[in-house]
Design a protein around this ligand. Structure first.
Ligand SMILES: [Mn+2]
Length: 354
């Protein structure tokens, strides 16, 4: 804890914690776990630098929130990045690039087969790390927010949550369905996160996807084969409903009505319109507005559901211009909204009743 008196209305100091806050991990109700990992990123890398960029940009975010007034009072803290995860990422990325360059065709190529085996091993190490860290934080009574990295990172957190919650839903914002079976041969690809989660975690009883606009037929068929367990709100359908006069409130109510009482939010920044994330790996036209997404969070809470935790991933800073902090700025503001509504849903932050 810094020695100066903390002033929530003042500019934050450069060496302060996330969002310019003075809390220690012990004091914080909510802890962000940063995961600098992008080993299986197909193209347009940079998300492994997402957590550091978000941390820096977070110090510019104003703390007072119109809806959740003073979410920071519950204490927010971001852990230090793991040097080990960084080294796994460097190695995994180098091996994965060889396979990506060969378009995933590794038959008859022992060197590439070895590379693939290594990437999958490193991914498993990463999953175990995220699982163990999440479990530790939960045992300490913390709310956990995962900050990626690419979208493969939250699998271990889902697994840790599943031990605590016999039945929960994932509210998944994304341009992509992420239900591919081992994309490019990578068992734990960013493009397979929800496929892996659905296969490995029976406690995940409902996956509700929002903003989806880039997917293959196999993914749609896979989701259909799971019946009621997966509900996709395609971006094109959301847009059409708005064009034809339905209110966002009505649409949001429909989205939320598919969810069980306990909800994890998994937010891929590319679920938003690319104007909010121009440097993310795989931007796709269309997508949600920032306020539309924040409104959905608010209505999850208004419906009486509990947000049990969240992940934010695929935020990538502009690697060609370090003065361009737009992607991280949006990421930090979205992270604050996620934290605020999660705290509110757990009774740890009060809502403005006006
Ligand atoms: Mn994704």
């Amino acid at each position: 804890m810094s020695t100066h008196k903390f002033d929530p209305n003042a500019a934050s100091l450069n060496d302060s914690g996330v969002f310019g806050l003075p809390f220690t991990q012990e004091q914080a109700s909510l802890v962000f776990l940063p995961i600098p990992w992008e080993a299986t990123t197909s193209y347009g890398g940079g998300t492994s630098d997402g957590p550091a960029a978000i941390l820096e940009a977070s110090r510019q975010v104003d703390l007072y929130d119109l809806d959740v007034e003073r979410p920071y009072e519950a204490g927010l803290y971001m852990m230090k990045e793991s040097a080990e995860v960084r080294s796994w990422n460097e190695e995994g990325k180098a091996e994965a690039q060889k396979i990506i360059a060969a378009s995933g065709v590794i038959d008859g190529n022992p060197a590439l087969q070895k590379s693939l085996k290594r990437v999958n091993e490193l991914s498993e190490k990463l999953n175990s790390y995220v699982y163990a860290e999440t479990k530790k934080l939960l045992a300490q009574g913390k709310i956990v927010g995962i900050v990626g990295g690419d979208h493969s990172v939250p699998l271990g957190a889902f697994q840790a949550m599943a031990e605590k919650h016999p039945s929960f839903g994932v509210l998944h914002f994304d341009a992509h369905s992420d239900t591919r079976n081992a994309y490019e041969g990578f068992e734990f690809s960013h493009a397979s996160i929800m496929n892996n989660a659905l296969k490995l975690i029976p406690q995940l009883t409902k996956l509700t996807q929002v903003g989806i606009r880039d997917f293959c037929e196999e993914e749609v068929n896979y989701c259909k084969s799971l019946g009621e367990r997966v509900k996709i709100f395609f971006d094109a359908h959301l847009a059409r409903r708005k064009f034809e006069g339905e209110s966002w409130k009505k649409i949001t109510t429909d989205i939320i009505s598919t969810l069980p009482k306990e909800v994890w939010i998994s937010f891929d920044i590319d679920g938003l319109d690319p104007k909010f994330c121009p440097h993310t790996g795989t931007p796709v036209p269309g997508g949600l507005d920032f306020q539309e997404a924040a409104y959905i969070f608010s209505q999850v809470v208004a419906s009486g559901r509990k947000i049990i935790g969240f992940d934010l991933n695929e935020v990538s800073p502009n690697l060609d211009n370090e003065n361009d902090e737009w992607d991280a700025n949006v990421g930090a503001r979205l992270l604050y909204k996620l934290a605020a509504w999660t705290l509110a849903s757990q009774g740890k932050a009060k809502l403005n009743q006006v």
